[in-house]
Design a protein around this ligand. Structure first.
Ligand SMILES: NC(=O)c1ccc[n+]([C@@H]2O[C@H](COP(=O)([O-])OP(=O)(O)OC[C@H]3O[C@@H](n4cnc5c(N)ncnc54)[C@H](OP(=O)(O)O)[C@@H]3O)[C@@H](O)[C@H]2O)c1
Length: 352
C-alpha cells in the first residue's frame, strides 16, 4: 500500500534512519528527510531526490515549523532519553503522530504518562517500532491470548549480531544503573544480571540473563500481566561483565567513563554490513504462567535486527498514514494486534 501523505523521517543520516529512508523509497514512499547535521542529511536527500528539513531538537519553534503539515514523524535519532521529549512535545503541539525506535524503559514510561493529553490531542504516540519491541510485544500479547489468566511473563532475546554505533551509545547511557523487573505491576530495581536461565530459541539451549529493556514497560501496557522478567542470551564474557557491573556501578555511570566509551564507539563501524544484515537472524522467546501452574511457550524467528527494524517501522508508518493511528500512548501490539509481526517478511512464530 503506497500512501501519499507527507511525513518526516528525523535522524535520516544515522545508520538506522538511512536504512529506513532507503527502504521507504524502494517501497514507493516520499518521506521528507530531516536531522540536525546538514552534511549527512543533504547527501542522502540529494541522492534519493527527497525534500529535506534541517533542525536541531533544541529550539521548539523550529521543530514546530518543520512539523507543520506533516501526518507523522518517524523519529530515528537516539539515544531517545535525549531526543524523545522535544520531538514528542512538538508532535502534541502540532497534532502530528509520533513513532520512534526506542528500546529504553524510561522513554516508554515517560510517553505512557502522557496518554491523557495525547488522547485529547487526537495524536498517536507509538514508541518502539523496531526490533525492540515489535516482535516481543506481539509475542507477549499472543501468549496472553493463549493463557488469558497468566500472572507471570518471561521474554527473552536470543542475542544480537553486530550492533550499530547508536545502539552501543544508547547502551552506554544505561550503564551502572542496575537491573529492573516488573513485580505486581511495578517496575522494581534488582541487581544487574539478577537471574539466569537456559532458553531454547529454536537452535538449542543458551544461557540468558535478566536485562532492563523496554518490554518491562510495553509488555505491561499490552498485556496487564503483573510480573514480567526480560532476558538476553549473552556470551559468558558479557554475562560476567554484567555481574561485575553490580560492583562497578558508580564507576560505569561516571561521566568521564561514559565519554571514553562513547568516543570508542563513535570511532568504530556504523553498524552491520549489508552481508551481515542479509545473513543475520533474530530470535525472541516468551513464556507465560498462571497461578495454577499452567504454562504456554512461544517463539519467533525474524530477519536480522536492523533489517527487521526498517521493515517494521515502515509497516507502522503505512498503517498510520492509512488512518490506523489510535489516539493516545500505544504499543505495537495494542495498536495492531499480536499478529502484526507475522506480516513482516521472514517472520515465523512457533507455539510449543
Ligand atoms: N529498538 C530497536 O530495535 C532499534 C533498532 C535500531 C536503532 N535503535 C535506536 O535508534 C537510535 C539510532 O540508532 P542508529 O543506529 O541509527 O545510530 P547512529 O548511526 O549513531 O545515528 C544516530 C542519529 O541520531 C541523531 N542524533 C543523536 N543525538 C541527537 C540529538 N541530541 N539531537 C538530534 N539528533 C540526534 C544523529 O545525528 P548526528 O549525526 O547529527 O549526531 C544521527 O542522525 C539509537 O538510540 C538506537 O538504540 C533502536
Amino acid at each position: 500500500m503506497v500512501m501519499t501523505g507527507p511525513w518526516l523521517l528525523y535522524g535520516a543520516n544515522g545508520y538506522t534512519g538511512e536504512l529506513a529512508a532507503r527502504l521507504a523509497v524502494a517501497q514507493g514512499h516520499r518521506p521528507i528527510l530531516a536531522g540536525r547535521s546538514a552534511s549527512g542529511v543533504c547527501a542522502l536527500s540529494d541522492e534519493l531526490r527527497l525534500e529535506r528539513r534541517l533542525f536541531s531538537l533544541d529550539e521548539p519553534r523550529r521543530i514546530d515549523e518543520a512539523l507543520a503539515g506533516m501526518s507523522l514523524v518517524l523519529h530515528c535519532a537516539g539515544p531517545f532519553s535525549r531526543t524523545s521529549r522535544p520531538m514528542a512535545e512538538a508532535c502534541l503541539r502540532t497534532r502530528t503522530h509520533y513513532l520512534d525506535l526506542t528500546g529504553e524503559v524510561d522513554v516508554f514510561e515517560a510517553l505512557a504518562a502522557r496518554d491523557q493529553e495525547t488522547r485529547a490531542a487526537g495524536v498517536m504516540l507509538l514508541p518502539g517500532c523496531g526490533f525492540d519491541v515489535v516482535p516481543s510485544d506481539c509475542l507477549a500479547l499472543h501468549l496472553k491470548g493463549r493463557l488469558p489468566g497468566a500472572r507471570r511473563l518471561a521474554l527473552a532475546y536470543g542475542g544480537f549480531g553486530r550492533v550499530s554505533r547508536g545502539t552501543a551509545t544508547t547502551a552506554i547511557e544505561g550503564l551502572g544503573r542496575g537491573g529492573l523487573v516488573r513485580r505486581g505491576g511495578v517496575l522494581t530495581p534488582v541487581p544487574s544480571a539478577w537471574k539466569a536461565r537456559r532458553i531454547d530459541f529454536g537452535e538449542g539451549e543458551r544461557t540468558a540473563v535478566t536485562i532492563p529493556l523496554g518490554d518491562l514497560s510495553t509488555a505491561w501496557h499490552s498485556t496487564g500481566i503483573p510480573d514480567i522478567e526480560l532476558y538476553f542470551a549473552a556470551p559468558a564474557v558479557l554475562r560476567a561483565l554484567a555481574v561485575a557491573s553490580r560492583y562497578l556501578g558508580p564507576l560505569l555511570g561516571a561521566e568521564p567513563v561514559r565519554r571514553f566509551l562513547t568516543a570508542r564507539v563513535r570511532s568504530g563501524q556504523a553498524g552491520p554490513t549489508e552481508e551481515e544484515r542479509r545473513r543475520g537472524r533474530g530470535f525472541v522467546w516468551g513464556e507465560v504462567e498462571d497461578d495454577a501452574g499452567r504454562r504456554a511457550v512461544s517463539r519467533l524467528a525474524t530477519p536480522e535486527g536492523y533489517t527487521f527494524t526498517a521493515h517494521a517501522a515502515l509497516a507502522v508508518v503505512e498503517r498510520a498514514l492509512a488512518g490506523r493511528a489510535p489516539a493516545g500512548f500505544q504499543t505495537p501490539a495494542k495498536a495492531y494486534g499480536p499478529d502484526f509481526v507475522l506480516g513482516i517478511e521472514g517472520v515465523t512464530r512457533t507455539d510449543l
